[in-house]
Design a binder for this molecule. Structure first.
Ligand code: NAD
Ligand code: ZN
Ligand code: ZN
Length: 369
């Protein structure tokens, strides 16, 4: 069939919205009509090359849609089913999945090539070439074909252009605090960078009963949003946060600091390490450029205060249990979803959406179909 998608042909160029050719689903695959796709910063890392990915590629990895057709061997999904895509596939059978490390499912190994999991070939084509898929999803498209391991079925009446946010931002932010950071009631939590990921780290910290939640962002709009979502304090820089925390905690500092800036920065690791106290955890969720190989921090603090630096992919979550769990929290009023969406765009406006992201205008922008 023919459909339309936003394709990146060259680094540091705009997304090209164009007609593409889409093959039918093969073994274990489904054809999905997209209903919504969030504009996450990770796709921007593909544009800049900070996240090395084969080109050309269809962008987008935070999506939800309706299954239109299933290929042979698909179990548990049928046409008409509503699915949220998990940006890391979740096979449920590999050693990672069966050890409760779903965010590290072995099928994630195919992500950089962006080809289909089943046979490592492409279903998406344009201009006589095969197209890769961001996170093996390619949600900046009216239709896509993905492996069933990437789909989490949900039966909620939540609109697809809100539900899509559960496919990356919500779970990544929440999980960074709750799972990777292991925040507990009464802890002091800092979130550095209030975008689609950071705002959900704020939500998670508030829901877990943090004593103080300190949001850090240079953009005033973001700081105001953080306060709306329950942060107790919002400051413009890590230096301001250090002074504030010293005062608030009488020098004990935070238990958890989550880094969720747009582009990770090697110097921020040390700055964040300075914001946490004894056995405090710095959670590195934001992506640092692949070319960056140096970080600055006091290793003496690691030892003498038993501080820790922890990486976090998809908030160390288990997609098949955490996506439904977050839906339940939403239904019981403990999770804000619709409020995360600052502005919606048509697929043709994807570059406008990313311009708004770069200029700090959105908590999250969402493409609606
Ligand atoms: N680890 C994962 O699984 C995972 C998943 C999704 C996204 N990410 C990454 O998380 C990061 C955040 O993504 P997003 O979509 O929320 O981005 P975003 O662009 O929406 O938000 C980033 C925010 O960081 C703020 N910021 C920039 N420099 C700052 C600084 N020095 N101090 C404090 N704040 C600063 C910006 O003003 C902005 O509000 C990106 O690097 C993204 O690739 C990681
Ligand atoms: Zn993302
Ligand atoms: Zn697995």
């Amino acid at each position: 069939m023919k459909t339309r998608a936003a394709v990146l042909w060259d680094r540091n160029k705009d997304w090209s919205v164009e007609e593409i050719q889409l093959d039918p689903p093969k073994q274990g695959e489904v054809l999905v009509a997209l209903g919504g796709s969030g504009l996450c910063h990770s796709d921007e890392h593909v544009v800049t090359g900070d996240l090395p990915t084969a080109l050309p590629v269809i962008g987008g990895h935070e999506g939800a849609g309706i299954v239109e057709e299933v290929g042979p061997g698909v179990t548990g999904l049928a046409p008409g089913d509503r699915v949220i895509f998990s940006f890391v596939p979740s096979c449920g059978q590999c050693r990672a999945c069966t050890s409760g490390m779903g965010s590290l499912c072995e099928l994630g190994m195919y992500t950089r090539d962006g080809r289909q999991i089943s046979d490592h070939t492409a279903r998406h084509h344009a201009r006589g070439q095969d197209l890769g898929l961001m996170c093996m999803l390619g949600t900046f498209a009216e239709h896509t074909v993905v492996h069933q391991a990437s789909c989490v079925k949900f039966d909620d009446d939540l609109p697809l252009d809100v539900a899509c946010l559960l496919g990356c931002g919500v779970i990544t932010g929440w999980g960074s605090v709750a799972y990777t950071g292991e925040a507990r009631v009464g802890d002091v939590v800092v979130v550095v960078g209030i975008g689609g990921i950071g705002i959900n780290a704020v939500q998670g910290a508030v829901a877990l009963g943090a004593e103080y939640v300190v949001a850090v962002d240079p953009v005033a709009f973001k700081r105001n949003k953080a306060l709306e979502f329950g942060a107790t304090h919002a400051v413009a820089s890590s230096q301001e946060a250090a002074a504030l925390l010293t005062e608030l905690t009488r020098g004990r500092m935070a238990q958890v600091c989550v880094n969720t800036m747009g582009v990770g920065d090697g110097d921020q690791i040390g700055a964040s390490l300075g914001l946490v106290g004894k056995r405090g955890r710095v959670v590195v969720t934001n992506l640092h450029p692949a070319a960056e190989t140096k970080v600055t921090m006091s290793a003496l603090e690691l030892t003498t205060y038993e501080k820790q630096v922890r990486g976090s992919l998809f908030g160390s979550c288990n997609p098949r249990s955490d996506i439904p769990r977050m839906l339940e929290l939403y239904r019981s009023g403990k999770l804000k979803l619709a409020e995360l969406r600052t502005r919606t765009y048509g697929l043709d406006e994807v570059n406008v959406g990313y311009d708004d992201m770069r200029n700090g205008r959105n908590l999250r922008g969402v493409i609606t179909f």
